[in-house]
Write a protein that binds this ligand. Structure first.
Ligand code: NAP
Length: 284
């Protein structure tokens, strides 16, 4: 029940009405009996600074940040974690005595389904795409201790900028390659991650890697798609047909959310309740 004492959490973005975060966070808050509510705040870019000051003024406890504010929020925070600084994006903000603090839980979310699977120290990853999510994936691969990370993109200027952006960060810059390099890269890869939107609903028949390319992949490689609708994507279906293990984007979504909720509540959180709430909502 929402009372006069109920505390507010939320997500800011534009658009944000499609966000799945309210579903999973409110399920967890109900399970915990915590007197919080989690809501979506649509905030236009021109209003970001005013809105963030307003969220502080009305006593919001913390919030997630989604497209297009993940970078723009950074100058408005009084403290940013080293991880978020390296990634160059913040997705979780909480209140401190000295103002808002921010971090990036997408890195932890990406790593969570991988870390127990194997020793990654000799492994090679191929990452498809060089956008925002690819940044969290590169940082995650560095945290796992992978030996090599190759980022594949379609635009040479953006690829070059992506590589340069890692200079001076705690992480080893990835090598960058055009899409045409995939026949040479895939046979070496232990982990193949799709960070492009290719195959996302409603383009459910599209795949970033076709059968011919997947036929060249290592038999014991893991195919990881950050997309969570549909489940599985065409990419993961084809990878599975070629005998590869597969991971879809739902677990990353759940784990980045769980990590954020832990920060706000300073307690353990019911991860399975969050996972089940999302699956029920998505009809998985
Ligand atoms: P983004 O910043 O727009 O980056 C998308 C990347 O994909 C860019 O590098 C873009 O290339 C590339 N790309 C797009 N269409 C392509 C095409 N037809 N061929 C080749 N490359 C293409 O988006 P994002 O925020 O990184 O998100 C990417 C995906 O990850 C989305 O599907 C999103 O839903 C998913 N995601 C999932 C989670 C999760 O928790 N599971 C979290 C974050 C994101 P250019 O640079 O050349 O434009």
């Amino acid at each position: 029940m929402i009372t006069g004492k109920t505390q507010i959490l939320g997500v800011i973005g534009d658009p944000v009405t499609h966000s799945l975060s309210p579903v999973m966070h409110n399920a967890a808050l109900a399970e915990l009996g915590a007197d919080f509510v989690y809501v979506a705040f649509p905030i236009a870019t021109a209003q970001l600074e005013t809105a963030v000051a307003g969220l502080a003024a009305i006593g919001v406890s913390g919030f997630n940040v989604t497209i297009p504010h993940k970078q723009a929020i950074m100058p408005l925070l009084s403290k940013i974690s080293a991880e978020a600084q390296a990634v160059g994006a913040v997705n979780t903000v909480w209140r401190t005595e000295r103002g808002w603090a921010g971090t990036n839980t997408d890195v932890l979310g990406f790593v969570a389904p991988l870390q127990a699977l194997r020793d990654w120290s000799q492994a090679q990853a191929v990452i498809l795409g060089n956008g925002g999510a690819a940044r969290a994936v590169v940082a995650g691969c560095a945290q796992l201790g992978l030996k090599g990370v190759s980022v594949v993109g379609r635009n040479p200027d953006r690829l070059q900028a992506f590589q340069l952006s890692w200079q001076g960060s705690p992480f080893q810059p990835p090598s960058v390659h055009p899409w045409e390099a995939l026949p040479d890269l895939l046979p070496q890869a232990d982990l193949v991650v799709n960070t492009t939107p290719i195959g996302m609903h409603p383009q459910v028949g599209a795949t970033p890697l076709d059968e011919a390319l997947l036929a060249g992949a290592k038999a014991d490689a893991i195919a990881y798609d950050l997309i969570y609708t549909p489940s599985p994507t065409q990419f993961l279906s084809l990878a599975s047909q070629h005998g590869l293990a597969t991971i879809d984007g739902l677990e990353m979504l759940v784990q980045q959310g769980a990590a954020a909720l832990k920060i706000w509540l300073q307690s353990s959180v019911p991860v399975d309740t969050m996972r089940q709430a999302l699956k029920a909502h998505l009809g998985h």
